[in-house]
Ligand binder design. Sequence first.
Ligand SMILES: N[C@@H](CCC(=O)N[C@@H](CS)C(=O)NCC(=O)O)C(=O)O
Length: 252
Amino acid sequence: MNRTLYQFPLSHYCEKARWLLDFKDLDYKVTNLFPGAHRVLTVWKANSTTVPTLNDGQEWIGDSTEMAFYLDAKYVLRPLLPSDPEQRRQAIILEEKADKAGIHVRRWAYSQLLATPQVTDLLFDDYPLIKPFKKPLAPFIRRGIAQMYQVNPEKGAQSFAKMMMMAEEFETVLLKNGGRYLVGHHLGLADIAVASLYAPLMTIPETPWASLHASTEAVQQLQHELSARPLGQWLLRLYREERHARGNWRGQ
Ligand SMILES: N[C@@H](CCC(=O)N[C@@H](CS)C(=O)NCC(=O)O)C(=O)O
């Protein structure tokens, strides 16, 4: 197999990329890059500063949205985007919004959880060469993450408001479309983007974030609230019924 997804195990954009590949029924290897050092490879090969980065044969793609377009163009079975032009347009708009919401989900979640031992474990435990240095390195990595993603209580509160406002928008679209999918009558790019980018807020078995549920009161409270709402119930259903993971999020 000549297809590798480079990732951080904890990243929800990487979950989105894994789900895109799984949806397409493609085999792939998952390789973890360490935050910071990842740029050596991603900038060199894909001209991108972020993961997920996909290497598919001769091709390198350094962004999850570009990956979706690339995969749909190259592997035409099981389309991620609808063929109807209006639905296609809607799906692309929703996907872009989901990517923006993902930034707020990440900032809020880190503002609640960055200091917890569970997050430290998730940041280090899948890197056998670095794990032995977890204790001395953890404060530097936490500081780097806080700086890079502007994680602080004030920004966290703003992000909470934004991600909830966007959740409401997605929920309205979902309910208008019958409650099963965001666009049309099949799982597609918009669903995968929204579900994976909000997934860290829920307790979903076999995802990187399953261990975080009991971490803080605010997270528990939000999970409780989301689980009682259509969007949360939809997200849990998608994971239960339509997330057929082939690759292992832990990578190697
Ligand atoms: N627009 C990008 C966003 C990906 C992204 O934000 N990745 C984060 C991890 S969640 C990353 O690589 N951060 C490291 C960095 O910016 O140096 C995509 O959809 O692929």
